[in-house]
Ligand binder design. Structure first.
Ligand SMILES: [Zn+2]
Ligand SMILES: [Zn+2]
Length: 313
């Protein structure tokens, strides 16, 4: 199944009548990943019918409240619902202290383990990998410690070429290794190259999340060629000075990063509460990078191989 992004929150700083602070869910392989967890995220999960069971990874970009004030509430609910499985939380180092204090002083008794991975705002860093995905963090320039995240599907198994398998009478017991890319040695001692026995798997898809950041072309190297890029777009270009002052970006700047990085698709979000209507914001971005969409709450985007294929539900 293609990885999918669900938009739960798209507002900057404060909630509005229409929008909630940042949060998204990425479904990838057999895993569900939450990216940022602003206030109201739990209500949004309920509203859009997304269960938190099976949610084992939560990524927090930085400690401005609009990106994590929903986290302790979600942890509390997980505890009350009897969660047992490990929860992996990735975020700035002080987040661990904050959560420990909140858990201690609220008298919460967790029946599950939290494994915490501190992010490094100084450089690009591998965080973790499993059967479904590989996670890397990279620095963003914001007013406080802030990182973006790159999530790539894990390497997939190669497809067996049944015609070749029959031709060389290769036993089923060897399929596992062949799917992993191993060569096969015939009883005669002749070695068959794996390329003779398999077809390429589907390409690994990738998603990059650029949370709050000033316009910064250093980002281009981190997100180069990803299928889908999320980039904050707090303001429009007529507020560019304000964007720079507060270490945020405009729609035009987000689109410029997408264009420079040659990504497949751009999603913009983290809209200032001053904008009731987002169509002009979208048009501003599309002038620079046509395959752009708004991160509208309740929308689902498929990470596509080609930039034309994009599915909303
Ligand atoms: Zn923010
Ligand atoms: Zn921020």
């Amino acid at each position: 199944m293609n990885p999918e992004i669900y938009i739960l929150g798209s507002s900057s700083a404060t909630p509005t009548r229409e929008r909630h602070p940042s949060s998204q869910i990425l479904k990838i392989g057999s895993e569900k990943i939450m990216i940022d967890c602003g206030e109201g995220t739990q209500s949004q999960l309920i509203k859009f019918g997304i269960r938190h069971t099976g949610l084992d990874y939560i990524l927090i970009s930085h400690l401005h409240g609009d990106h994590y004030f929903g986290l302790i509430g979600l942890i509390s609910t997980m505890s009350l619902m009897g969660r047992k499985q490990v929860l992996h939380i990735i975020g700035p180092p002080p987040l661990k202290q904050i959560l420990d204090l909140q858990i201690l002083h609220s008298g919460m008794t967790l029946k599950f383990e939290i494994i915490f991975y501190p992010t490094n705002p100084g450089r690009q860093e591998f965080v973790l990998s499993n059967q479904s995905f590989e996670l890397t963090s990279f620095p963003l320039k914001h007013r406080i410690h802030c990182t973006g995240f790159l999530i790539r599907e894990s390497k997939k198994e190669r497809h067996i070429n049944m015609e070749a398998i029959q031709q060389y009478k290769i036993p089923v017991a060897s399929f596992k290794g062949i799917k992993r890319g191993e060569n096969f040695v015939l009883p005669s001692g002749e070695e068959l190259d794996n390329a003779l026995l398999t077809f390429d798997p589907e390409p690994c898809r990738s998603y990059a999340y650029c949370s709050d950041t000033i316009f910064d072309t250093d980002i281009v190297a981190y997100v180069k060629g990803v299928n889908t890029l999320y980039h904050e777009s707090t303001y429009m270009k007529n507020n560019q000075e304000r964007a720079t002052l507060y270490f945020h970006s405009t729609a035009e700047q987000a689109a410029t990063i997408a264009k420079m990085a040659k990504v497949g698709h751009l999603i913009i979000g983290h809209f200032s509460s001053r904008y009731d209507h987002l169509q002009p914001m979208l048009e501003e971005a599309r002038e620079v990078f046509p395959n752009t969409d708004l991160a509208e709450e309740g929308e689902k985007f498929m990470l596509s191989v080609t930039k034309e294929v994009l599915v909303h539900s």
